[in-house]
Ligand binder design. Structure first.
Ligand SMILES: Cc1cc2nc3c(=O)[nH]c(=O)nc-3n(C[C@H](O)[C@H](O)[C@H](O)COP(=O)(O)OP(=O)(O)OC[C@H]3O[C@@H](n4cnc5c(N)ncnc54)[C@H](O)[C@@H]3O)c2cc1C
Length: 299
């Protein structure tokens, strides 16, 4: 189908972009890589009066590393993030997820920020952001806000970002020593999107006790979300076979699991346990592989 007509603007500065968004907040759509927005326009599921293409805002395409964090610009493409060795060596789940996200064409155009703002309930980066406790930064003419990933995804394709706000960058703190991570996805054979996927981050001390656990899912509910039950099972425990099984058994507790023709609720609930167990084991396999007990690169 052909999109309904719209005005197009490609501002060269963040200031101009924010001013355009402030002018027509209800009737304007930001376009980053266009990999989700353009199909929506073509299907007329979105019919904005104005499309603000932010691809000329080069500063939003940078990754900056500080001693304590990575600052990932909203326009960093999936491929660029996947190619960042400093990030993928410290956060292996970024590599796991990036390698399985869509295809090379989409990875070359689609952006990290666009994926988070789009808030697809089956998107891969949202689960990574949740598992890594990322902080999402947005800006408008009214000022700047930072939102923990855990509060960002509010409903189906809906994030805590107002019509006049632009997602500018995402802050990913460097993992604490002893942290291992992994992402495991069971994808739909036709679309490649997650039927169920888990992102896991475990911080394990020298005695083998798990001090902090994040277990996040995508593809299983109306939003990407964390499993409080699985995290509570893991935290304070030694991660042995029995603990993993308990996390698997309780991973779906409290989650309003969705079903469809391909994966009815009971099957998807089962898959939540499967991806939880696989992700925990994949993360544990990465323990003790580097001198400082951080992760080794994904193999
Ligand atoms: C064939 C195909 C397969 C795919 N498979 C997968 C997959 O397996 N896993 C997966 O996770 N994704 C998949 N995707 C989606 C892809 O990852 C998109 O790139 C991503 O969802 C959106 O990023 P984008 O930069 O293209 O955003 P756009 O399409 O430009 O925008 C998407 C939405 O986010 C808003 N937006 C974008 N950037 C900003 C910003 N900085 N501030 C505020 N709002 C913003 C837009 O207004 C729009 O509503 C697939 C896409 C295609 C076409």
């Amino acid at each position: 189908m052909i999109p309904s007509s719209f005005a197009y603007a490609a501002p060269a500065t963040l200031r101009d972009a924010l001013s355009l968004l402030a002018e027509h907040p209800d009737d304007t759509k930001v376009m980053a890589g266009g990999q989700s927005l353009i199909p929506l326009l073509k299907l007329r599921l979105a019919s904005p009066a104005v499309v603000v293409d932010i691809s000329r805002l080069k500063a939003l395409g940078e990754i900056e590393e500080t001693p304590s964090a990575f600052r990932i610009g909203a326009l960093v493409t999936h491929d660029r993030l996947l190619g960042d060795e400093a990030i993928t060596e410290q956060w292996s789940l970024v590599r796991d997820a990036g390698e399985e996200l869509a295809d090379p064409l989409v990875r070359n155009r689609g952006t990290f920020g666009g994926s988070l703002a789009h808030a697809d309930p089956a998107g891969d980066w949202p689960a990574v952001a949740l598992a890594a406790d990322a902080v999402i930064h947005v800006q408008s003419q009214r000022g700047a806000r930072e939102i923990p990933a855990n509060d960002f995804f509010t409903y189906l394709f809906t994030a805590d970002i107002a019509d006049d706000e632009l997602l500018t960058h995402v802050e990913l703190a460097k993992p604490l020593p002893g942290t291992v991570t992994a992402y495991v996805k069971i994808d739909h054979p036709a679309s490649g999107y997650a039927v169920a996927a888990a992102g896991v981050s475990l911080t394990i001390d020298a005695s083998g006790t798990c001090r902090a656990a994040r277990v996040a899912f995508t593809g299983v509910a109306t939003t990407p979300l964390r499993s409080a039950a699985a995290e509570q099972t893991l935290e304070g425990s030694t991660i042995d076979a029995e603990t993993i099984q308990r996390a698997v058994d309780h991973a779906a507790d409290g989650i309003n699991v969705i079903g469809d023709g391909y994966a009815p609720v009971d099957y998807r609930r089962h898959l939540i346990g499967v991806v939880t167990g696989r992700a925990i084991r994949r993360a544990l396999d990465r323990r003790n592989c580097t001198p400082d007990n951080h992760e080794r690169p994904h193999t």
